[in-house]
Design a protein around this ligand. Structure first.
Ligand SMILES: Nc1nc2c(ncn2[C@@H]2O[C@H](COP(=O)(O)OP(=O)(O)OP(=O)(O)O)[C@@H](O)[C@H]2O)c(=O)[nH]1
Ligand SMILES: [Mg+2]
Length: 305
């Protein structure tokens, strides 16, 4: 009689680390098969550590999205972002170090330095955005150069946006996962509250609609999240800006911009929460919130480690 191998259950944490804008949040969304983390073409979109939980019959992998690591520590907000990112390197089972195609910047080098000094888990080099390359062979010199710099547990080129090779990456990650039980209930896909996800969707639309520096002067706070009516979720959100002059820009001529932002956010909330949503947005000024540690804390930017 031949023995039937019983596959053991695996579970653990996978940190996604990299400089701003390499596609960390896009990768988590692709792995989960649903939009959890907000993304934009601007750097420093992600401001909080967010868990994306993927449970299958044989494993539960908990992916940790992090803000992009960045050398500028001058503003309180940047210090907060760097703490949130660097803190996620410890206490995980696998680290994915994301870079972008053939690009290698000082910020990438800074992340690699952090990994050298702090990583205690296997590090997989993930080369993202390969859809931008005409010939994948162009990657070989980059791979050769970087494998001399660090002993990676694996190197996987992917396109997070198109989902290319993400399955190979998941299989590679699984190889390094320890055996373990479910850490979160099977149906849970994040550690974040619905309120938080709602505020992030509003922030994403602001990031996508507003030019230049303004997105960095904004934060969003949910003031009302009323689930009493089973047919309609009522959400009220305040957008905080830093200066009075910014208020008008966010509202737009005749309120048009704020209306579009609200509409786009509401449509995504309806699909995320699977119910009709009534969304109200206000814009308020809170002077210099992003460079004031105490105001940051009051607005939900608390160290989560
Ligand atoms: N062409 C291409 N673009 C991608 C790919 N993955 C992500 N992007 C784009 O890169 C930009 C940044 O993606 P994000 O996922 O927000 O990047 P991030 O690393 O989370 O950025 P921060 O949160 O700012 O640190 C977005 O415009 C994405 O659509 C990819 O595989 N190919
Ligand atoms: Mg991000």
């Amino acid at each position: 009689m031949s023995e039937v191998p019983i596959e053991s259950f695996k579970s653990g944490y996978v940190a996604i680390i990299g400089r701003p804008n390499v596609g960390k949040s896009t990768l988590i969304n692709n792995v989960l098969g649903q939009k959890l983390c907000i993304t934009s073409r601007r750097p420093q979109t992600t401001r909080h550590r967010i868990l994306g939980i993927k449970t299958t019959k044989t494993s539960q992998l908990i992916y940790v999205d992090t803000p992009g690591l960045h050398p500028d520590n001058k503003r309180a907000m940047n210090r907060y972002l760097n703490r949130a990112a660097a803190g996620s390197i410890g206490g995980v089972d696998v680290i994915l170090f994301l870079i972008e195609g053939l690009v290698w910047t000082d910020d990438d080098a800074l992340v690699l330095d952090r990994l050298r000094s702090h990583a205690q888990a296997p590090v997989i080099l993930v080369i993202n955005k390969v859809d931008k390359l005409e010939d994948k062979g162009e990657l070989l010199p980059q791979i050769e150069k970087l494998s001399v710099e660090f002993e990676f547990a694996g190197i996987v080129p992917i396109s997070a946006r198109r989902g290319q090779n993400v399955d190979t990456l998941e299989k590679t990650v699984l190889k390094f996962m320890p055996e373990g039980e479910l850490i979160y209930p099977e149906e849970q896909f994040t550690d974040r509250s619905s309120r938080f996800l709602a505020s992030e969707l509003v922030r994403e639309k602001l990031f996508r609609h507003l030019g230049q520096e303004l997105p960095y002067s904004l934060t969003v706070e949910i003031e009302e999240f009323d689930e009493q009516d089973p047919k309609m979720l009522r959400i009220g959100a305040v957008i905080y800006v830093e200066r009075a002059g910014q208020k008008g820009i966010v509202i737009g001529k005749g309120g048009e911009l704020l209306k579009s932002i609200g509409k786009e956010a509401r449509i995504e909330m309806q699909s995320l929460f699977d119910t009709k949503v009534f969304l109200r947005l206000w814009v308020k000024v809170r002077d210099g919130w992003s460079d004031n540690e105490r105001m940051l804390q009051n607005l939900g930017y608390k160290d989560e480690l």
